[in-house]
Design a protein around this ligand. Structure first.
Ligand SMILES: NC(=[NH2+])NCCC[C@H](N)C(=O)O
Ligand SMILES: [Mn+2]
Ligand SMILES: [Mn+2]
Length: 315
């Protein structure tokens, strides 16, 4: 099937991808992840997407400097809470506005706390959307269960409305239902997170299931769970640390035993093929954490994941 022939059910013609560049690192402690989106764009991602037949809307990266400069003491364990909240609120608005116009927002992170914003924006336009979260981590800690206090380990709990309510985050409508969420690639899940996944009956395919069934079957089972008739909008949130560190080394919280290059791309290709994709996040590319060649490799992989999700085929 050629890249142009898949009908994108929810995206208007001419099909337009809106790149939402989010140079933001406040959801975790390592500097550099705010340079991820800049490197992905410099690598030529906008042009690559044009070559796939998309109209590309990109008018520069978001400027979060002003928000990030503010004094922001912890709330309980949460680090940079006001700053993360305000940035994510702005991102929710940007993603929601693009979605409203029938465009497909492609958000480039930045750390994964941004998904509070991207998924809020998607759910605003598509209340029945489901989320495929590809990650080594579940990012579902609550203010009570978090050890690190890093909000990039918590966005999913905020979207589901779990845990203590923090007034600073009251703009989030916790409308994501546990049954509309599925994980692929997990292998570093905190004890408290395991409990939350169980208690809420959240479907997760860890690397164990990828080994056991193969990626083809896992993606099929994941989609059968959240989107049995393949008629619901899909938000794909891809943390590059889902990939093995040999594939995507330059990221803040690498965990060995991850997805191969092909397994990661296969997930993106299959989701594109459903015709239901409405939004994509490519998160946690941090160009400061490896040798130049390994950084280049990670940035290139971020771009190729995005291309696969937007219809690039092997033949
Ligand atoms: N988006 C990520 N890379 N998250 C890593 C989270 C790690 C750990 N579970 C935490 O809560 O801090
Ligand atoms: Mn992760
Ligand atoms: Mn993550």
């Amino acid at each position: 099937m050629s890249s142009q022939s898949t009908v994108t059910r929810f995206i208007s013609n001419p099909k337009t991808v809106a790149i939402v560049g989010c140079p933001f690192s406040g959801g975790q402690g390592k500097p550099g992840v705010d340079h991820g989106p800049i490197r992905l764009v410099e690598e030529g991602l906008p042009k690559q997407l044009e070559e796939l037949g998309w109209k590309v809307h990109f008018d520069g990266h978001h400027q979060f400097e002003e928000i990030s400069a503010e004094n922001d003491p912890p709330i309980g364990k949460l680090k940079n809470p006001r700053c993360v909240s305000r940035v994510c609120e702005a991102v929710a608005k940007a993603v929601g506005d693009h979605a409203k116009k029938g465009q497909l927002p492609l958000t480039l992170g930045g750390d994964h706390s941004l998904a509070m914003g991207t998924i809020s924006g998607t759910l605003d336009q598509y209340p029945d959307a489901c989320v495929v979260w590809v990650d080594a981590h579940a990012d579902i800690n609550t203010p009570e269960t978090t050890d690190s206090g890093n909000i990039h380990g918590m966005p999913v709990s905020f979207l589901l409305g779990l845990g203590e309510k923090i007034p600073e985050f009251s703009w989030i409508k916790p409308t994501l239902k546990p049954s509309r969420l599925v994980y692929i690639g997990l292998r570093d899940v905190d004890a408290g997170e395991k409990r939350i996944l169980k208690e809420n009956g959240i479907k997760a395919f860890s690397m164990h299931e990828v080994d056991k069934y193969g990626i083809g079957k896992v993606v099929e089972m994941a989609l059968d769970h959240v989107n049995p008739n393949r008629d619901r909008p899909i938000h794909l949130s891809f943390d590059v640390d889902a990939l093995d560190p040999t594939v995507a080394p330059s990221t803040g919280t690498p965990v060995r035993g991850g997805l191969t290059f092909r397994e990661g791309h296969y997930i993106c290709e299959e989701i594109y093929e459903t015709g239901c994709l409405v939004a994509v996040d490519i998160m946690e590319v941090n160009p400061s954490l490896a040798e130049p060649d390994a950084v280049k490799q990670t940035v290139a992989v971020g771009c190729s994941l995005a291309r696969s999700a937007l219809g690039e085929t092997l033949l």
